[in-house]
Write a protein that binds this ligand. Sequence first.
Ligand SMILES: [Zn+2]
Length: 154
Amino acid sequence: MRVGKPIKALPQPLCDDCGEKAVLSRASDEAYPYHDDHGPVWICVACQAWIGVHSRSTRNVPLGRLANAALRDAKGRLHDALEPLVAGKMRRDSVNAFEARAKAIRWVATELGFDPLPVTIHALTLDECERALRYIDAYMAARRAPSGNDQNQT
Ligand SMILES: [Zn+2]
């Protein structure tokens, strides 16, 4: 019975673009941004910015900041750019993809001096995503460049 039980305040996120409170939307709602059911999302309909919730969260805790189209695109590109590093980390440290991705994000964020350090890619702003992408680009280019050191350091 839930009668009389105080309901915890929802961690209702704000839209970074307009500052309005996001609303929780489910697959059956008109405002829901996906055709298929990807679980509940916090959405600012006016800005078409949204973020999913932690899958095991009973309080619909948002995964990160609301993402508009530009940020969603940047996160997708950053995710792809990190995958080779993630794969390497999984092999070397025998960790799962989830852990390896978290470590990869922390590594880039530390290198770039982000404060606070993001826990996931979903915490990043558009500017931070773009900076991270440039950093990884340069890092990968440096790794590919012949350095005269072929000692296969892994
Ligand atoms: Zn908004």
